[in-house]
Ligand binder design. Structure first.
Ligand SMILES: *Cc1c(COP(=O)(O)O)cnc(C)c1O
Length: 385
């Protein structure tokens, strides 16, 4: 029926789910600070009963994020970890999950330290080799969960290839798309069943609120996760839903600049004498550069580099003037972290050795400051090593 072309990404990021308020014409979705809703008569309401179930600000956000990832429903939670926890309620005791061996530290911790207590089992494989996924799937496997690129080694997984393996065996595929955002990678279009984000990162983009989302493709997902929001209550507040809606409006322009700055910084680091190795899918030396070009719409702004030792990493960190030494990523400001003692401390020395996360590795989330200033700051700090 519709002959008109679907609006572009930036247009959808600004308008989808965010029509002007019907009663006042306000161009922004109001923050509905209400826990309950007046009912007209017994058994009759205006579509809202209680704010753990629905809130108009949160509903608007879910519609917006659903549109950007190309799903059929979206469900937001109080943090990325709350979203992954909700994802795992799809399973019951005895079910098995195959997971990338290099996932976000908190994901592995949730799986191994909490969910194994409820009879779920997890197998970790290097999903950059798709055949490893096929070999790890058992009759009990219900879900394959991957991250691409991985943190902090920037290893990629071929989403389409893994999706085909999963679907041939009746298993669902979820993709944590936090590192690229839907602007740079759309896993559902490549075959994923569910996309997950820590919205805390690029989707929010301003380092001022936590959040998580599951974007789904099937009616039974929508039913499950709406029910989970209601039953477990780990939902996103109206205020943080508003912050996220506001952040998403500029996602396209921010990601363009993150990607442009990321490329310049990676090239600079590659040529710097104090940097032993750079991990960035945009470099032709990256072993999966061709895959990055094929499945991503850009390379993003997450870069890791090897400085050689903890002492050198610390000298670099202390000399930074613009870049901020901090956990997290995806903000407008350049954030720099030391995975061995920060994001991957809980993995243990043995685990880090297996993942090749050395004490000299630093991860840079390149911000959208003027790139000359970012390069100058990194350069002066590297020179102090
Ligand atoms: C931060 C992060 C998470 C966890 O999200 P929170 O919002 O901190 O709970 C999960 N996955 C990835 C890739 C992340 O970077």
């Amino acid at each position: 029926m519709e002959a008109t072309k679907k609006p572009g990404f930036a247009t959808r990021a600004i308008h989808d789910g965010q029509a002007p308020d019907q009663s006042t014409g306000a161009v922004n979705v109001p923050i509905y600070l209400t826990s309950t809703y007046q009912q007209e008569e017994i058994g009759k309401n205006k579509g809202h009963e209680y704010a753990r179930l629905t809130n108009p600000t949160r509903d608007a956000l879910e519609e917006s994020l659903c549109s950007l990832e190309g799903g059929t429903s979206a469900h937001v939670f109080g943090s990325g970890m709350a979203a992954i926890t909700a994802l795992c309620t799809m399973m019951k005791s005895g079910d098995h999950v195959v997971c990338s061996d290099n996932v976000y530290g908190g994901t592995g911790r949730l799986f191994d330290k909490v969910l194994t207590n409820y009879g779920l089992t997890f197998t970790y494989v290097d999903t950059s080799v798709a055949e490893n996924v096929a070999a790890a799937i058992t009759p009990a496997t219900k879900l394959v969960h991957i991250e691409t690129p991985t943190n902090p080694m920037m290893s990629l997984t071929d989403i389409g290839a893994v999706a085909r393996i999963c679907h041939a065996k009746g298993v669902e595929l979820s993709v944590d798309n936090t590192f690229l955002s839907p602007y740079l990678q759309q896993p559902i279009a490549l075959g994923a069943d569910i996309v997950m984000h820590s919205t805390t990162k690029f989707l929010n983009g301003h380092s001022d609120g936590l959040g998580g989302v599951l974007i789904c493709t099937k009616p039974e997902h929508a039913e499950t996760f709406r029910f989970v929001q209601k039953c477990t209550g780990g939902i996103l507040s109206p205020f943080e839903s508003y912050l996220l809606l506001r952040g998403v409006k500029t996602l396209a322009v921010r990601m363009k600049q993150h990607d442009a700055n990321g490329r310049v910084v990676a090239d600079f680091l590659k040529g710097h004498a104090k940097v032993q190795q750079v991990f960035y899918p945009g470099l032709v030396e990256h072993p999966q550069h061709e895959l990055a070009k094929r499945q991503q719409h850009g390379f993003g702004s997450m870069i890791s580099m090897e400085l050689g030792s903890l002492e050198k990493a610390n000298k670099f960190a202390k000399a930074l003037r613009l870049g901020l030494l901090a956990e997290s990523l995806g903000g407008v400001e350049t954030l720099i972290c030391h995975p061995a003692t920060m994001t991957h401390a809980a993995v243990g020395a043995e685990g880090r050795a297996r993942l090749r996360i050395t004490d000299g590795l630093m991860r840079v989330s390149v911000g959208i400051e003027d790139v000359e200033d970012i390069v100058a700051d990194l350069g002066q700090a590297l020179d102090k090593i």
